[in-house]
Design a protein around this ligand. Structure first.
Ligand code: PHE
Length: 343
């Protein structure tokens, strides 16, 4: 076996050979492990001291230590140089021009439909209603049957309603929430239900296959038709302004009796007649009525003891009328030029 001195010399020369062949920070890291690691060459050489005489050990140990310090300082030096080099190379490659103008980012806004929905809900929450969200996908029972639609009612037709598999459908109005709420709650009930509705219609400037409604209903003892009229007046003046003028016309919906439609004075011509109101001076704004006794009965509410009213309104229509939107499709085209007009 060669002497410690010889081994020191050969370790030194193999180290410098390796150092010469190190061209990257990674190479130096490997070199450090190879020579200075726990299982590295220096440590192995230290182990050799066991075979030396106790008198030689301190002297030889010092030699190995000096060797180690020397090699460490060489490798550190090369490491610094390579690291500096690599950093400079990277900065060169990833150079950015700080004088370029920044990219403009757009701030999102709330969609006009949701702005209007929030406005409607704010008013009604202030009037003591609480919000319920019904399912968009529902059954014929909740959308029609529970609402007193006869089994041959034309609205049940495939032409008007999107049917899914196994008796499911896309709700055609938010009135389905009435049935859900009556099923799970006893009066007094004072609920407002906003949401999306779907109808199988041709898409045009005036109609779309989906739109939004807000439904309101109130069930308690002694709820009268006069309560309905005053609530509608109160609600519409809070929503559209104190001076709004309303008109109530009889109308038919299977789930209310009597039923009516509510008009407001045309906002564009103030009643003198224009294209927006089709020269009637009035804009139809919602459907309403006293909840039909059959609907209460199906909802396990005794119509002898309780009565109630309900109304439903289209949100798209409200925005169209208020902001003179020429085409309902604008709401779903995500055109920033349109949407940014509703700050
Ligand atoms: N659900 C009716 C519609 O979609 C609106 C309505 C709701 C009418 C409640 C009367 C009472 O047209």
């Amino acid at each position: 076996m060669s002497s410690i001195h010889e081994q020191i010399d050969s370790l030194r020369s193999s180290f410098f050979q390796d150092l010469k062949n190190s061209f990257s920070v990674k190479d130096i890291e490997n070199l450090r492990i190879k020579y200075f690691g726990k299982k590295g060459s220096i440590q192995a050489l230290m182990q050799e001291l066991r075979h030396c005489t106790p008198e030689d050990r301190p002297h030889l140990g010092k030699l190995i230590n000096d060797l180690k310090n020397d090699l460490v300082s060489h490798s550190d030096h090369t490491f610094e140089r390579l690291l500096r080099q690599e950093t400079e190379d990277r900065l060169e490659k990833e150079w950015i021009d700080p004088t370029l103008p920044g990219r403009k980012s757009f701030l999102g806004r709330i969609h006009p439909i949701h702005q209007m929905m929030d406005k409607v809900l704010d008013v009604l929450i202030g009037m003591g209603f609480s919000v319920r969200y019904g399912p968009d996908v529902d059954t014929e029972h909740y959308n029609f049957g529970g609402l007193n639609f006869a089994s041959d009612h034309p609205a049940r037709d495939m032409q008007d309603t999107f049917y899914l598999e196994n008796g499911w459908l896309l709700r055609t109005h938010t009135s389905n929430v009435q049935v859900h709420v009556m099923e799970g709650h006893a009066p007094p009930i004072r609920v407002v239900a906003p949401g999306r509705c779907f109808r199988n219609e041709d898409i045009s400037a005036r109609s779309h296959v989906f739109f939004h409604q807000v439904e309101g209903f109130y069930i308690d003892r002694h709820v009268s038709f006069a309560d309905l009229l005053s609530t509608m007046n109160d609600f519409l003046s809070k929503l559209l302004g104190e001076k709004v003028e309303t008109r109530f016309r009889p109308s038919y919906f299977p789930f209310v009796e009597p039923g009516m439609e509510v008009d407001v004075r045309c906002s564009a011509c103030r009643g003198s007649g224009c294209r927006l109101c089709k020269h009637t001076g009035w804009l139809e704004i919602l459907g309403a009525g006293m909840i039909h006794p059959n609907v209460l009965k199906k909802g396990n509410i005794d119509p002898e003891e309780y009565s109630g009213f309900a109304w439903g309104m289209g949100i798209e229509r409200l925005v169209i009328l208020q902001s003179s939107i020429p085409d309902i499709r604008l709401f779903t085209q995500n055109d920033i030029r349109f949407l940014s007009q509703f700050p």
